[in-house]
Design a protein around this ligand. Sequence first.
Ligand code: URP
Ligand code: ZN
Ligand code: ZN
Length: 467
Amino acid sequence: MSNRTLIRGGLVVTAADEMHADVLVEDGRIAALAAHNSPVSQTWTAARTIDATNKYVLPGGVDAHTHMELPFGGTSASDTFETGTRAAAWGGTTTIIDFAVQSVGRALREGLDAWYAKADGNCAIDYGFHMILSDVNEQSLKEMDLLVEEGITSFKLFMAYPGVFYSDDGQILRAMQRSAVNGGLIMMHAENGIAIDVLVEQALAEGRTDPRYHGEVRKVLLEAEATHRAIQLARVAGAPLYVVHVSAEEAVAELATARDKGLPVFGETCPQYLFLSTDNLAEPDFEGAKYVCSTPLRPREHQAALWRGLRTNDLQVVSTDHCPFCFTGQKELGRGDFSKIPNGLPGVEHRMDLLHQAVVDGHISRRRWIEIACATPARMFGLYPKKGTIAPGADADIVIYDPHAEQTLSVRTHHMNVDYSAYEGRRITGQVETVLSRGDVVIDGRTFTGRAGHGVYTPRSTCQYLN
Ligand code: URP
Ligand code: ZN
Ligand code: ZN
């Protein structure tokens, strides 16, 4: 009884169903669901009852793409695992999958251990890791197998950032061949970085140094070309592929063509590509630097194709690619040279709300909201049904969501450790009210009641769309 919580009267929304149901939580897990006020649920008793009348009862969000504390561009992402996971909880996300980084010339193990240490004891919500392969060689290929067994079942490769994270086509093919055997999922940053660097050099030489040129040199065609090439390499290797942060209509078309052929190719987009555009990159007085990320923001015409892709399932997941850098002292590193602006946007706190706004605006249905933000990322990365749904036996990661609340996103009210909001002044209908993480209330009526160290490392099985 003392370890039981009862959530009564809400509309339970999962990727599959919507039902007015009462939810019984016991020992950190969902023990049972029953129709609201049914004879069964009326017998339930608990130490705490949460009244969810007129609210949604949702699975906690699963954000499969974050970069807490990432060293990048001569500085580090400004959210630590502590501040970033707390902000995630405020926004109704109860699991993140962050990226451990292999340094060039070093073992995967070394990078992974460093990321375990950064996160350990600091997270407010549960977390897992993908591994960034910066140096594909005999040794790191062998290590991939060990990591898959350990629950690190996905590996990010970069066709961009030569000299930093970049892998050439041969390295990519080898890593894909390995993943075809060990069951890992290759996540691809699909931009032709070699060609982009030529355009960067030419732009700077011609005095085109403002943030908006970041968007101009990182051309749509170079995202589409890399997406096409990644798909063909995955076909040759017989491996599945997940393309991260898809931003351009032409890249979605490449994914759609591959999926129409029945290939195991998946795509993720992010709120910034759905809600922001090159208009933001062009903001005067270097303000555009706040919106520098890669792939870059696109002209707003691309947004319709992304929404369509989410509806037609040519895109399956919305993650944040949360990688915040403060405007003062971090984004400013690129004054006079856009190529020195650290790449990345803050967003881990706002994904669930922005996607609810998309429901209100008619872009997606309520169940699709939960599918792309909770259930599919959990299945894609081997966490389902522990995460991503509300069902008996699942972790009690639950969000009580008020669909009628009105809020305005702002740096003044957000909880991310960053000195600006990419969505400053944006009005949102809907707000997270209460959040449970494995049965513990971590946000209680919009008060943070969680703690650093509550969140635990969560090993993952392989992609659940391939079995
Ligand atoms: O601009 C971005 N996306 N920064 C984070 C690193 C990456 O490529 O995902
Ligand atoms: Zn990337
Ligand atoms: Zn990223």
